[in-house]
Write a protein that binds this ligand. Structure first.
Ligand SMILES: Nc1nc2c(ncn2[C@@H]2O[C@H](COP(=O)(O)OP(=O)(O)O)[C@@H](O)[C@H]2O)c(=O)[nH]1
Ligand SMILES: [Mg+2]
Length: 390
């Protein structure tokens, strides 16, 4: 079974049928190559053989780049065959299994690629930055040979390709897009690119495709992660917000005094293919006017409840209502469950008269296992909420 090994994307695509070409089509300001690297590496690590084409950099640079993501291709070197289309351009020596002498000759590239695929009897084919080839051999020659190239792709179990949308002829782009599976990767532009997202435009083996745009971030080491830019953690003073954020975060900063009066927590978490930024709100009522502002652009909310302090339950609920927006996923955490006087989550839910559909989970904010479970539950709500609710 072949997957991309990218969270959510695999869920949409399911298992990729044999002989398919998956194209990551990217705008020039965003990154598509890491998608190809990740899909290639994970399949190789899982035991498959593969061919990787070095077009825009020599094989040893590619290896080093994989290394930066934490992926040691070197370890599986015996299962990986390189087609080097770069070294001869600059007259550099190459120890690749297959070397293209004239990278501006697309026919030679196609022939070499075919031999390379035969040598591994199919396997996974990865071509990061296929657009480089257009620059090497010219747009016309590229277009003329594209069908032949796509035929060769079918020899592979699965082909993963990235292509940067430089201003090529529209017809060229149409031909490029004519593959089994197309994933657009775009930037969200707001003066500077402030986010990147991908969306599956088509997959021949699926009848209909959910119309979803998924934000992502590329991190080193790590690779492509689904990105949630803002989760807020709210709740009364002393309910355990700071503790929760610190336990959850791979890095956390507490700004104890911002200006003179306010304490804010910020954390960042990398977990289960997801990368998220977490923001704590202050708990004291005098900061309530800030709650709305702090929750702007928030994508999910965690509301802390101190299970030992029945007198603060109303306050937890009021804070949730302060930050609430239609459709924003939320979970309540009945914290401090390790304390002798803690009330069980279901009882708290009843006392708070929370709507039935809102989940409340038991929590011990110092306990990483609890905290990760809560995070996973919220992420699940965020990633699976219906498009029309956004
Ligand atoms: N026993 C227990 N103590 C907790 C738990 N979570 C937080 N605390 C403690 O409760 C106090 C307040 O926690 P803090 O995270 O600062 O609350 P915040 O004001 O909401 O940020 C601290 O002394 C924490 O150590 C928990 O799950 N169990
Ligand atoms: Mg705090």
């Amino acid at each position: 079974m072949v997957n991309t090994n990218i969270v959510v994307l695999d869920e949409v695509l399911g298992s990729i049928p044999g002989g398919s070409t998956v194209l990551f089509l990217t705008e020039p300001t965003v990154e598509g190559d890491p998608f190809v690297y990740q899909a290639f590496y994970e399949n190789i690590a899982a035991g498959k053989e593969g061919v990787i084409v070095a077009l825009s950099k020599p094989p040893q640079y590619l290896l080093r780049e994989f290394e930066e993501y934490g992926w040691s291709l070197e370890r599986y070197r015996s299962r990986v065959v390189f087609v080097d289309c770069y070294s001869m351009l600059i007259g550099a020596p190459s120890d690749a299994e297959f070397i293209v002498k004239h990278p501006n000759d697309i026919k030679e590239i196609i022939e070499t690629l075919e031999k390379a695929l035969d040598s591994v009897e199919g396997g996974i084919l990865a071509i990061p930055a296929l657009s480089t080839l257009v620059d090497y051999c010219g747009e016309q020659s590229f277009v003329e040979n594209l069908e032949k190239l796509k035929e060769i792709f079918k020899k592979a179990t699965t082909t993963f390709v990235s292509f940067i949308l430089w201003p090529y002829d529209e017809k060229t782009i149409e031909k490029i897009k004519d593959v089994d599976c197309l994933i657009n990767i775009k930037g969200i532009e707001q003066r500077v690119v402030f986010g990147e997202y991908f969306e599956v435009a088509k997959a021949r083996w699926l009848e209909n495709i959910e119309n979803r745009s998924i934000m992502f971030k590329v991190i080193k080491p790590g690779g492509v992660r689904v990105y949630i830019p803002k989760i807020i953690v709210t709740g009364p003073f002393h309910s355990g917000k700071s503790t929760f954020i610190h336990t959850l975060s791979t890095r956390a900063v507490s700004v104890d005094r911002l200006g003179t009066t306010i304490a804010l927590d910020h954390g960042h978490v990398e977990h289960a293919g997801v990368s998220a930024d977490i923001f704590g709100t202050p708990g004291q009522e005098r900061f309530d006017p800030l709650l709305r502002t702090l929750s702007l652009n928030a994508i999910g909310t965690i509301v802390m409840v101190d299970s030992t302090r029945q007198d603060t339950f109303d306050r937890s609920k009021a804070m949730w209502q302060e930050v609430w927006k239609t459709g924003m996923p939320v979970i309540f955490l009945a914290n401090k469950q390790d304390e002798p006087g803690a009330l069980p989550p279901e009882e708290i839910k009843e006392m708070m008269r929370l709507p039935e559909e809102i989940p409340i989970l038991p929590c011990v904010a110092k306990d990483r296992e609890h905290v990760l479970k809560a995070f996973e539950a919220l992420v699940d709500l965020i990633l699976h909420r219906k498009e029309e609710e956004k």
